[in-house]
Ligand binder design. Structure first.
Ligand code: DAH
Length: 339
């Protein structure tokens, strides 16, 4: 019996050394100390051992059981420790590794120019107004003194949604909405998309951008219009430019003008940017027509105002000397990355 126990002990001791995971350890425990384990069997069989031997064997068996239990606990702790280290090793983050490259985009030239103009006009006390792109014929035309069948409609080939609803052809529609809702003094700009049924070419697109300006107050004159535009355009193009107002006709302003600036590249001598003309047409403007004020609930006997409309594509193309409008919409990164 004693030899058997010693044999079990030495087998168990050497088996324990080669254990390297929890499952093996559990099998080991069952094999020696489980209900049907080898040590348990010896203890159960003590009845058949002679009376003098019984306490000696019993004591030895218990000692071995105790030793094995201790060894198992110790091994379990060791295994837990190595498992934890392995896990930490696997989850280690190398903070010195180069990160995934994230590409930084840049603003579209139209956005750059729009933002710049917004900054300039906000600096002069204007706020930004907004209106719908899908607009009532009334705000796009009627309120602006362009009744049905007016020849001015022919120059703005319109996308009709229904008889009364259009895709706005001009940001001037926002003028009417603002005047209807706001008591003067009014000082707003309204940048946004406009739509006309034009075929695509180097200078036309069915979707393009404008920025409207509107000022209404007591005693506003053409001088205020010219002064305001001069300050704004000088901020945009530099103090050296000169302004030129040419008489023109718009149904919603009277008098009306087209506003040119002297070429900011050649200073007026003539170059490729101004197409040898020395001046560049920048916007349409004028004094808000009394009929328009009246349509929008403002008394033209008390108030007067000026308005202007800038074609943003034109400003962008002239500013960066871009020859073809299509570049602005084709999303070619080789083009867009230059700004
Ligand atoms: N809406 C005009 C256009 O699209 C531009 C314009 C001209 C706007 C004169 C104005 C203005 O506010 O006073 O051609």
């Amino acid at each position: 019996m004693k030899e058997l126990l010693n044999q079990i002990k030495s087998d168990a001791t050497s088996a324990l050394c080669s254990i390297d995971n929890m499952e093996q350890l559990e099998n080991f425990r069952v094999k020696y100390l489980g209900k049907k384990g080898e040590i348990t069997a010896v203890l159960k069989g003590l009845g058949s051992v002679s009376a003098e031997e019984r306490p000696v064997i019993g004591q030895l068996a218990n000692e071995i059981r105790f030793e094995l239990e201790n060894a198992i606990t110790q091994k379990r702790d060791e295994l837990k420790q190595t498992e934890m280290l392995k896990k930490l090793e696997n989850e280690k983050i190398d903070v010195t590794m180069p990160s995934k490259k994230s590409e930084m985009g840049n603003k579209h030239p139209l956005t750059i120019v729009q933002n710049r103009l917004e900054e300039i006009f906000m600096g002069m006390g204007f706020s930004i107004a907004d209106g719908p792109e899908v607009e009532l014929d009334y705000y796009n035309f009627e309120a602006l003194n362009i009744p049905k069948h007016h020849p001015a409609r022919d120059t703005q080939d319109t996308f009709y949604i229904s008889d009364d609803v259009v895709l706005r052809t001009q940001t001037s529609s926002v003028q009417a909405r603002v005047m209807e809702n706001t008591k003067p003094p009014i000082r707003v700009i309204a940048p946004g998309r406009v739509f006309r049924s034009d075929a695509v070419d180097a200078t036309h697109s069915p979707v393009f951008h404008q920025m409207e300006g509107l000022v209404v107050d007591k005693g506003i004159t053409m001088g205020d219009l010219k002064g305001t535009l001069e300050i704004a355009l000088k901020k945009l193009y530099g103090d050296d430019i000169k302004l030129r107002l040419r008489p023109h006709h718009f149904p919603f302003t009277e008098p009306s003008a087209e506003v040119d600036i002297s070429c900011f590249v050649c200073g007026g001598k003539g170059c490729s940017v101004c197409k040898k003309e020395g001046f560049i047409e920048i916007l349409g403007a004028g004094m808000v027509h009394p009929k328009v004020l009246k349509n929008c609930g403002i008394d033209p006997e008390i108030y007067s105002g000026f308005a202007f409309g800038i074609g943003l594509e034109r400003v962008v193309m002239r500013s960066y000397n871009i020859g073809d409008m299509r570049h602005l919409y084709e999303n070619d990164l080789r083009f867009l990355k230059q700004f």
